[in-house]
Write a protein that binds this ligand. Structure first.
Ligand code: GMT
Length: 377
């Protein structure tokens, strides 16, 4: 057995898929005996209770009056270096390229070449930010100089190569769910609060940003609700939410829609749903579809980005071209009105989440990458 490692993890610690994956990975690695040091501006929201082998180092940013923009990136790089030196870290694993990969490279310059850098690309750090000319070259620098780069879907690898002209290897490491947390929960007492017996529940969870096409969520729901008794549960908050609320009111759907805001216990909430809706414009992976899958809930979504690598069309959900809400609604009605078909999809969801996206498997893939960059095979 290889020696336990000392790993620094940096991510965006507030709500968001990349922060969730980074935090859950840190927890699982700590359980396996590795020493994990989170280096972030606040405690990752999914960290929860006290964990053995997990430490948290807060990045403090100078607000000296000459700074028009407080230099967060430099403070983070300095903190990474200090933690690496004081705790004798083996490596830094940074999630999201901007600015974390560059900060890690600076920390490595300060600490020495023995400190390795693993960068995980999550999606918008490439699909949106690498298209911004003011950031493109520095993102490329971060990727080219990391000791290993991983991405959460084949599609994201393809897009990284195309947009940034990257030829260096990129490891495919899918996201995962902890099967001890994500399983179909008993929601028999909770469900009557949201739906009458005989009504179906459709759900959407996101940060309500334009890439999520939340207007399509409402359109799909309206088309489904016109054909079968159903409710829509919207979970999360973000810039498009007021617009969506206005749309729901204008369409006369308010009495059928529940807005739940941000929720921590996603497994419990997701278990309420019969279908998850994910009609995104861009989605490098679609963690929420995996969380739903693990709770036995099929997804109806778009064919964007990495979604087809996760949701198998016709087995664990149905996918349609971006914006084709008619087809998505037809698929939803088909699944919700055929009990045998629905039961088959549910079974396929549970099986796929527990095998291909199981926490043990993906954690072991990350460990292999760590030992490889450290030259310990
Ligand atoms: O979806 C978002 O807007 C949040 C974003 C993030 O950085 O947390 O999510 C990205 O990373 C997730 C975890 O790997 C992926 O599941 C999401 O698909 C990806 N979002 C996009 O590509 C738009």
């Amino acid at each position: 057995m290889n020696r336990p490692l000392k790993i620094g993890i940096t991510c965006y610690p507030s709500l968001g898929g990349s922060g969730v994956v980074a935090t859950e990975l840190g927890k699982l690695l700590a359980e396996k005996g590795h020493e994990i040091h989170f280096i972030t501006h606040s405690i990752p929201f999914r960290l929860g209770k006290f964990h053995r082998n997990i430490f948290y180092h807060e990045v403090e940013v100078s607000d000296y009056y000459v700074f028009r923009y407080p230099p967060y990136d430099l403070s983070l790089a300095s903190k990474m270096h200090q933690v690496a030196r004081n705790q004798q870290l083996d490596l830094l694993h940074v999630h999201y390229a901007v600015p974390h990969a560059i900060c890690a490279l600076l920390a490595k310059q300060m600490s020495g070449d023995h400190l390795k850098v693993v960068t995980t690309l999550h999606g918008t750090d490439i699909t949106v930010l690498a298209q911004d000319e003011s950031l493109k070259d520095i993102i490329r620098l971060g990727i080219r100089n990391s000791d290993a780069v991983t991405a959460v879907s084949r599609d994201l690898i393809r897009e990284t190569r195309e947009l940034l002209d990257i030829e260096e290897p990129i490891d495919l490491t899918y996201n995962f769910v902890d099967k001890r947390i994500y399983y179909p929960r008993d929601v028999s007492e909770l469900r009557p609060e949201f739906a009458e017996p005989g009504e179906k529940i459709l759900m959407h969870i996101s940060n309500f940003r334009p890439v999520k096409r939340t207007g399509d969520v409402v359109d799909i729901f309206a088309k489904v609700a016109a054909r079968i008794p159903s409710r829509l549960l919207l979970v999360g908050e973000g810039p498009d939410l007021p617009k969506i609320q206005a749309k729901i009111d204008a369409m006369g759907l308010s009495h059928r829609v529940h807005l739940l805001g941000k929720q921590d216990d996603v497994a419990q909430v997701v278990s309420l749903a019969d279908l998850m809706l994910l009609p995104s414009e861009k989605e490098s992976f679609g963690l929420v579809a995996l969380e739903a899958m693990a709770c036995g809930v099929p997804t109806i979504g778009s064919e964007a980005g990495g979604i087809p690598e996760l949701v198998i069309h016709g087995e664990t959900g149905y996918l349609a071209p971006i914006g084709n809400t008619d087809l998505m609604a037809d698929y939803a009605v088909r699944l919700l009105t055929d009990e045998k078909l629905y039961a088959d999809f549910r079974e396929a969801c549970l099986h796929r989440a527990r095998t291909d996206f199981c926490n043990n498997r993906i954690t072991a893939e990350y460990e292999r990458i760590y030992y490889r960059v450290l030259g310990v095979d």
